[in-house]
Design a binder for this molecule. Sequence first.
Ligand SMILES: [Zn+2]
Length: 80
Amino acid sequence: MILCMFVQPKLLLYSSNETSTSIKMLISSHLRGCKRCQQALEQLKKTTSAVKDFMSIDVSPDIDLDIRILESIRKNSETT
Ligand SMILES: [Zn+2]
């Protein structure tokens, strides 16, 4: 289906609410009738939430420390 090829690359934006209203309406009306794109959207949601989980786990104190070090370096270079 030609519409699937149009819809599927935009599903990521659609799921994060970043498409324009007309495209959103087009996609949601297409999704109602297209199981393949519904599954693609579900898969995408799973993937993005998995990425978010991974990100929240991966935020370690070390990264925070790196940022603080970088900021203090930046501040020092500003004052001198
Ligand atoms: Zn489709």
